[in-house]
Write a protein that binds this ligand. Sequence first.
Ligand code: C2E
Ligand code: MG
Ligand code: MG
Ligand code: MG
Length: 282
Amino acid sequence: KSKETGRNALRFFDPGMQRAVMERAALEAGLREAIREGQFVLHYQAQVAGAGRITGAEALLRWRHPQRGMVAPGDFIPLAEETGLILPLGNWVLRGACAQLAAWAARPQMAPLSIAVNVSAKQFREPDFVATVLAVLAETGANPHRLKLELTESLLVDNVQDIIEKMQALKAKGVGFALDDFGTGYSSLSYLKRLPLDQLKIDQSFVRDVLVDPNDAAIARTIVALAQSLGLGVIAEGVETRTQRDFLAGFGCHAYQGYYFSRPLPLEAFEAYAAQPSACPI
Ligand code: C2E
Ligand code: MG
Ligand code: MG
Ligand code: MG
């Protein structure tokens, strides 16, 4: 027996490792089947502007698992990214959101609303990403001005010029861009200046303890000031209480997303929520 086989054998029979490998394989097989069987659904979480007006929704992916019930994206997106399944899945999300925009366009109450779609770095990196988005917009008839794409800082390890060109091509058609989870990644401020963004999203990790942790408060305040000086919009994620909202408003953040306003909701529930004039507790 070579040393090599010995090591592999040892690894193979590590029960914890073996369980992890099997769980991963089962999850991957499950994901493939879920894509085939249409087990995914989009939930919509309100995005709210200062005066209590719903300006749109973020589309959040859910996996309606036949045995496990509703599975949150945190439990399958990382594997979908590793395996490349995020590409068909991401296209499905994009198509679903655009079809929804087209359906809302016919309803006066819903027509002004935008939908924000999360785009994984791997998806954005695809050479035909721009063409795919344009094709989906054309096929669904969605108004590009109502579509907002949420990118994350993880994208910025790539060739920035390439990213800028892709963003510009979509912006030329009216598509908007937000930088999600801002402050948690590694983006340098010089990149931020160059990217044709519309909005920064303050990560919920800074909002959670904004009232009690002076460092989080300082970061949130700085992100708002940064957005303002770069001429970008800013929205706070994870706003759970009125006091958090008031505190954020106190330093100029006037757009919010979070449980205080609404959880992510199934389509019908979101539409009902958006239809009430007093939906937002401001
Ligand atoms: P994200 O894009 O930052 O989405 C916001 C997450 O925060 C959502 O979790 C939402 O349910 C949660 N959230 C919103 N308000 C509150 C609040 O007040 N308190 C707390 N504690 N949480 C709040 P969710 O739906 O589990 O999604 C997690 C992440 O999965 C998303 O983070 C996004 O990165 C990813 N994701 C979701 N859908 C998609 C998708 O279609 N494509 C890709 N690539 N990623 C997705
Ligand atoms: Mg997001
Ligand atoms: Mg986020
Ligand atoms: Mg997040």
